[in-house]
Write a protein that binds this ligand. Structure first.
Ligand code: ATP
Ligand code: MG
Length: 320
């Protein structure tokens, strides 16, 4: 069966005066999957979400969400999406229940359906006990959950989450991750942005890394880790004498390096590890440890985006 895409964007350009926030960005998200859009501050994550959710019109390029064009069929797109923005969109003077009912009525669900849906979501997000408290008194984690609940009132086909776990403690993050996974198993398509590599690694079926408004890498977490130059086989040698012997035995291997703790070579996978163990064993060399180290998504990210601090400073200057 051909893949059906819930999100298809091509050549998106968006300029704000001198700043080019999107510079020909394209991405696709297959139906029923979670896509993670990863990028440093100012990379264009929120702008991408704003275009896909019809809040901003692109200057060039086009995008379809659930098969509808985000410009020509903006109202149809809005009817089938949910959005949780980077900044919480709740009315602090209303209770949790009132906030949800308000969203329901804005979606023209009617008073009774809105109340029912609010109850369902309060219970799903473990907020029933807090339902009648003003959301202004909620902790950050509770507000995020309520905000997410609000974006689900209309049972969207495609859900957009802009940095859903920024500022949350590890427990609240884990709760949100579970909710997002549950939504996918219900068949929903989810596009989320994040600055956290572990989050993209844990949640996303595919990761799109963006910087300066362009896609700089795209694939599964494993694909991206492979692109980061592949794995390394490390041999912890213990003594200088053993290290010298190991260096001799592995002379000429690609990526051969040595430091105080041992020796490393580039690895093509587990076969490199096995081969190294055989060589060392054959020469009767005792070593402390031989291990394969996969690059982490952090390695990928820093390699692709350069120094994250510099990028952040540039982004902050640009917003000033
Ligand atoms: N309304 C606006 N007016 C002017 N410049 C803007 C506007 N919105 C975004 N930009 C600029 O566009 C670029 C991309 O911004 P965007 O908010 O999409 O980044 P982001 O990846 O979401 O960053 P963050 O991680 O900080 O949320 C930045 O340089 C930003 O300063
Ligand atoms: Mg943003």
């Amino acid at each position: 069966m051909p893949t059906r895409y819930a999100v298809e964007a091509e050549g998106l350009v968006k300029r704000f005066g001198e700043v080019t926030a999107l510079d020909g960005l394209g991405l696709t998200v297959p139906e029923g999957t979670i896509a993670g859009v990863l990028g440093p501050n100012g990379a264009g994550k929120t702008t991408t979400i704003d275009v896909l959710t019809t809040l901003l019109e692109p200057d060039a390029g086009h995008a379809r969400v659930a098969g509808r064009d985000v410009v020509a069929e903006a109202a149809e797109v809005r009817a089938v999406i949910g959005l949780t923005g980077q900044f919480v969109a709740l009315d602090d003077n209303l209770t949790a229940r009132e906030n949800l009912e308000l969203f329901g009525r804005l979606l023209k669900l009617g008073r009774r359906r809105s109340a029912e849906r609010a109850d369902e979501l309060l219970s799903r997000f473990d907020l029933t006990d807090a339902a009648d408290r003003r959301s202004g008194t909620f902790s950050g984690g509770m507000r995020r959950r309520l905000d997410l609940a609000a974006s689900l009132i209309g049972r969207p086909e495609v859900l957009f989450l802009d940095e859903p776990t920024t500022g949350l403690d590890p427990r609240s993050r884990a709760v949100l991750w579970d909710v997002v996974r549950e939504l996918r198993s219900d068949g929903m398509t989810i596009l989320l942005t994040t600055q956290y590599l572990d989050e993209a690694d844990a949640l996303a079926d595919r990761i799109v890394v963006i910087d300066h408004g362009r896609v700089i890498a795209d694939g599964t977490a494993d694909d991206l880790k492979d692109q980061a130059g592949g794995s390394v086989c490390r041999i912890a040698t213990g003594t200088d004498r053993i290290r010298a012997r190991v260096l001799e035995l592995l002379a000429g291997r690609p990526g051969l390096t040595a430091d105080a703790d041992g020796v490393a070579i580039a690895a093509t996978g587990a076969s490199t590890l096995i081969e190294v163990v055989r060589i060392l064993d054959g020469a009767n060399i005792p070593v402390e440890d031989v291990a394969l180290r996969r690059p982490t998504l952090d390695d990928v990210f820093f390699r692709l985006t350069g120094n994250p601090r510099e990028d952040q400073a540039t982004a902050e200057e640009a917003t000033r």
